[in-house]
Ligand binder design. Structure first.
Ligand code: HEC
Length: 164
């Protein structure tokens, strides 16, 4: 019992720098998305490109597939490309400005669905994604203002790291 507690603590301490250090698409993000998102967001799942998705979102919602995000290039559309901030809006845990205190509707997929303890895993995975996007780069704003949400600023945009 004691030993496993020590092991858990050692693991926690050892894995912390991994988040703080450079998180890359290759090493952390791609495997995570493959595990939790590919089921509905990959070519294999019949997911549409971003352009196709935007033509008929209702159709794809019914088919339960979201835009392709199984390559770095596709994913970046949702992070700092044409659909800037979509990644952050959908995956936020509800604590970021403009989240309105509500987690994005894809946040729950960031962990095992049948694991009772999944909140902790979702939270840990979100931290990894936030570290990948970069300090100050996780913003829910769009390219243009919408409602009370101002447009993304150049300063915010410049903070986005998303290392391959
Ligand atoms: C069970 C299927 C399913 C899983 C698993 C899933 N998604 Fe989705 N996702 C969808 C569907 C369907 C949509 C489109 C409907 C909507 O907008 O909610 C969507 C939409 C999105 C969008 C918004 C795209 C846009 O342009 O507005 C993002 C970002 C996203 N998902 C990211 C993810 C990530 C990251 C994961 C993994 C952690 C994930 N999704 C897991 C089905 C899924």
């Amino acid at each position: 019992m004691k030993l496993s507690l020590i092991a858990a603590l050692v693991c926690a301490v050892v894995s912390l720098p991994a988040v703080a250090a450079d998180v890359t698409y290759r090493n952390e993000v791609a495997p995570m998305l493959k595990k939790y998102c590919a089921e509905c967001h990959s070519a294999k799942a019949g997911a549409p490109s971003m352009a196709e998705f935007n033509l008929d979102q209702e159709k794809f919602k019914k088919e339960k597939v979201g835009p392709l995000s199984d390559t770095y290039e596709h994913l970046l559309q949702l992070v700092n490309g044409k659909s800037t901030g979509a990644f952050m809006r959908r995956l936020d845990d509800g604590t970021s400005p403009y989240a309105g205190g509500k987690p994005g509707n894809m946040y729950k997929y960031l962990c095992e669905q049948d694991n009772k303890d999944n909140n902790a895993e979702c939270a840990a995975n979100l931290l990894v994604l936030k570290a990948w996007v970069g300090e100050g780069g996780w913003n829910l704003n769009r390219m243009s203002a919408r409602g009370d949400v101002p447009a993304l600023t150049k300063e915010q945009m410049d903070k986005v790291k998303v290392k391959y």
